[in-house]
Design a binder for this molecule. Structure first.
Ligand code: OOG
Ligand code: MG
Length: 259
């Protein structure tokens, strides 16, 4: 469907079908421009469609919290997306390319909350709600052609959310502000970085997450997983890849990519 007569629900349906079929969709920026608020409404409708089919929410992901990601995608504002249980990819397991459009992977760090979080909180308050931290990789998969989008387009598309791979949870009692990380493909390193690339300290991403969900009238319940955002540029996935992330103090995680 095309044209400015599209409703937000129709946009949500088109993006939902593109993700589940899977196939590329045309950006909406030119055929049906949306405000940022409308884009978040579309995202909410898109997730509701999945929840109606039996998915349940497990947390949220932050996007564009590092310069590396903003530069790679040409987008300069933080965004967020909703995570559902079916996005989990087992650590050591496999991702089938045929279930995605054109997936990429990026190194992140994840938070597990032990109390609800929402609104304006300090870094100390945010840390007080963290039960554990884990090394993580996010599999992003923009449904848009050529992985190109406007800020509103990517927000409507649930911030390109597609998969998350989590390592072992660790108590947040180590200093995780500047942990070195290496992401590799088939044993060859592709990205070297540090968690400091995420807003200078990843806890700032959780502070922003609390503020952004509150703006949407939501709360992150205890038990939520929050992905802090990519610490480096993302890498396209190819069948046959073994992707690994090694993070200082938090250990190593990996997954296979199959056709
Ligand atoms: C949008 C999602 C951004 C991150 O970690 O910055 C993101 C995208 O790059 O397609 O997940
Ligand atoms: Mg990400």
């Amino acid at each position: 469907m095309s044209g400015s007569s599209m409703t937000l629900e129709e946009i949500a349906r088109e993006l939902d079908v593109a993700a589940s079929t899977p196939h590329e969709a045309e950006q909406f920026a030119e055929r049906r421009p949306m405000s940022l608020a409308e884009a978040y409404d579309v995202q909410k409708m898109l997730i509701q469609r999945r929840v109606d089919r039996g998915a349940y929410r497990i947390g949220m992901k932050m996007g564009f919290t590092s310069r590396a990601k903003m530069v790679q995608m040409g987008v300069h504002d933080m965004i967020w997306g909703r995570l559902t249980h079916d996005m989990r990819v087992d650590e050591g397991g496999e991702l089938k390319l045929s279930t995605r459009v054109h997936p990429r992977v990026e190194p992140e760090i994840a938070f597990l909350l032990n109390k609800p979080l929402s609104g304006t909180v300090s870094a100390i308050e945010a840390l007080g709600a963290v039960e554990a931290i884990a090394p993580a990789m996010e599999i992003i998969d923009s449904r848009y052609k050529a992985f190109k989008f406007s800020l509103e387009d990517v927000v409507a598309d649930n911030a390109s959310s597609s998969g998350i791979v989590l390592g072992a949870w660790h108590r947040p009692d180590i200093d995780f502000s500047n942990l070195g990380l290496i992401m590799s493909r088939n044993g060859k390193q592709t990205q070297i970085g540090t968690t400091a690339a995420i807003l200078g300290h990843p806890i700032r991403s959780l502070v922003a997450a609390a503020r952004l969900v509150a703006e949407a009238g939501e709360t992150l319940p205890a038990g939520s997983i929050v992905m802090a955002g990519g610490a480096s540029a993302a890498e396209a996935l190819v069948a046959g890849d073994w992707i690994e992330l090694e993070m200082q103090s938090l250990g190593r995680i990996g997954f296979h990519v199959t056709a």
